[in-house]
Design a protein around this ligand. Sequence first.
Ligand code: PAF
Length: 284
Amino acid sequence: MRILRSVKVMQKITTNLRKRGKSIGFVPTMGALHAGHFSLIRQSRKENNYTAVSIFLNPTQFGPNEDYRRYPRNLKADATLCKKTGVDFIFNPARNQIYPKGYKTEIKIDKLSDLLCGKFRPGHFAAVATVVNKLFNIVEPDTAYFGQKDAQQAIIIQRMVKDLYMRLKIKVMPTIREPDGLAMSSRNNYLSASERRDAVVLYNALETAKTMIRQGISNPSKIILTMRKIILKKKSARIQYINIVDLNELKTVEKIQEKVLIALAIWIGKTRLIDNAIITPARN
Ligand code: PAF
């Protein structure tokens, strides 16, 4: 496994691989790798000749009061695990490789970026789309792998790829969960023992919503109210949003008649956690 820090060198390697007809799978990450990332890496290994993982803690996608400074960083441990999982390349650029002096271009995916998490994290999705675009241009993968846990991010990236005729496939893989249902996230590291116990409430609320929808309840307000009650039973929990939206425009639905995305962001103490479920209603 090679660790590369230079854009030029990474580009040269993948250009050569492509000339030799090799396929490249790509898993973009910000490090602090967990089982969710490794499921993406394993999928990439199954489907491609080579797998590249980027580890770049992208400063521009964090708001001024967010957790950029305390976000877990552990390149050594990440690299050891990547090597064990059969990763071929880690791309770990310095900030000035990705944002050289004078850079000016930003990618903005209108509307989708201002809903759900975007409402509370202005500029976040433009920063994600921009860095992902840069990474795609550097690595030039055949397929890039994202987790369903960041559902809005995955939808926005898919939109960008489609709108800009980008020549790669996006694969969205299921959320990987702890045995009690908590979605794997690098931010779970922040939770105290009691907060960690409370954090399962995101999953429990989603499971209850799933059951209600499958029982034929189609009124989103009723479902959200039940979810709120479940979540607020935990002292450490504070709701940022719970929303039931369609999968294309991410618009709030009035009545659940087709597949919907239930997305939520919940503060557990000082840690903001997100989770979601895609649910198909029962046909009558
Ligand atoms: O999901 C993430 O870890 C980040 O948003 C990504 C896609 C690596 C861009 O920085």
